[in-house]
Design a protein around this ligand. Structure first.
Ligand code: G3I
Length: 334
């Protein structure tokens, strides 16, 4: 079931493409866009050996390769799906060596200017690869992922803890990433800031992104939406409205809704909760809110990073759960 007015997507790990006969029916019937679960992250694209071997020429320009992206690119093109580029700049799943003088883990960190050169060349090379080779494939880019967290952040909430981007570039690393992505995007796709728990920190996100927004460097906010049944949906939709009122395009990027155990009652409550999300999005969209995509973070409970919480629309046997029947019809009526 596909919705003309929304991109409806799912996260897809490469293992699904290696068993495409098993998954293709469910995926192609329900979704028209894919997010690689891990295969376009920096730790998948950055080539440490190649970067070290190419020193000193590679000192400000790390080597990358796109081997991990081939299955999703091939399948998306053959099925007519679009792809979300997840993600360029993130404190996690980015190899430590990328930040060091000699590209070795544990080496001395480089300074701001060198790391900005490496950030710029990485963003340029990744975006150019898709623009040059697959100009119509990418519909959105998570330029920066999870940069704001009150507990792990500085006074403005910019993530400092376990963040080598902050340690090298500084507290404006996310702004610099947005600047470079805008410089090299050629207007081909939406440029997004993506984060979890947005409903609990909308003001922090809006405040930290204000300069980038005012300079036209960012198109939208990706609300990951890793939720649990019973979480306050009033806060969730209030945050959505705040982002929309600030002029952002909105996309739900990683929706999954956990339950404690797989009882009939919990599956019913989960379906009800998925239905409320769909109803809320449908009514916001009907009233003109610029919501353009919704991605669930996985095809089936068996593939989920939260598999112990049964959070998705299809069960471990790829059968639609009660949540599926509450979710898609409400979304696809819009
Ligand atoms: O590829 C290795 C494999 O070689 C190794 O044998 C195996 C066991 O150690 O690990 C494999 O890597 C795992 C990777 O997923 C690929 O399966 C990592 O350990 C594991 O940590 C990683 O988890 C991913 C997680 O991001 C990492 O932060 C999840 O699949 C992925 O769903 C999750 O997705 C993130 C979004 O990107 C950002 N928002 C939050 C969301 C949930 O954490």
């Amino acid at each position: 079931m596909k919705c003309n007015s929304l991109y409806i997507g799912t996260a897809v790990p490469n293992r699904v493409f290696s068993e495409w006969g098993k998954y293709s029916d469910v995926v192609t019937k329900s979704f028209n866009c894919f997010t690689p679960e891990n295969e376009m992250k920096p730790d998948a694209l950055l080539d440490g050996e190649g970067s070290r071997a190419a020193l000193p020429e590679s000192y400000t320009h790390a080597k990358i390769r796109f081997l991990s992206c081939e299955p999703i690119i091939k399948t998306a093109i053959s099925t007519g799906a679009k792809v979300r580029l997840h993600t360029l700049v993130w404190h996690s799943q980015t190899p430590d060596w990328f930040f060091t003088e000699d590209y070795t883990d544990g080496g001395a960190l480089v300074g701001r200017d060198v790391m900005l050169c490496r950030m710029e060349s990485y963003i340029h090379d990744v975006l150019s690869y898709f623009i040059d080779n697959y100009p119509d494939l990418i519909y959105a880019v998570d330029v920066v992922n999870e940069a704001f967290d009150r507990d792990a952040g500085d006074d403005s909430g910019v993530r400092r803890k376990n963040n080598k981007w902050y340690a090298t570039v500084g507290d404006d690393y996310y702004y610099q990433a947005l600047r470079f992505a805008k410089k090299y995007s050629d207007g081909k796709f939406g440029l997004f800031y993506n984060d979890y728990a947005c409903m609990y920190k909308p003001d922090m996100i809006l405040s930290n992104l204000k300069n980038a927004r005012d300079e036209g460097l960012i198109d939208g906010i990706g609300m990951q939406s890793h939720l649990t049944v019973g979480e306050n949906l009033g806060l969730y939709f209030d945050a959505m409205k705040k982002f929309a009122d600030a002029g952002y395009e909105l996309q739900v990027t990683e929706l999954d809704i956990g339950i404690k155990e797989k009882s009939k009652e919990n599956l019913r409550l989960q379906a009800e909760y998925y239905g409320k999300i769909a109803d809320g999005i449908a009514s916001l969209k009907a009233s003109g809110t610029n919501i353009t995509a919704l991605t669930v973070w996985g095809i089936s409970d068996a593939l989920s990073w939260r598999h112990g919480e049964y959070p998705l629309l299809f069960d471990e046997n790829l059968l639609p759960k009660p949540a599926y029947f509450e979710f898609f019809p409400k979304l696809c009526g819009i």
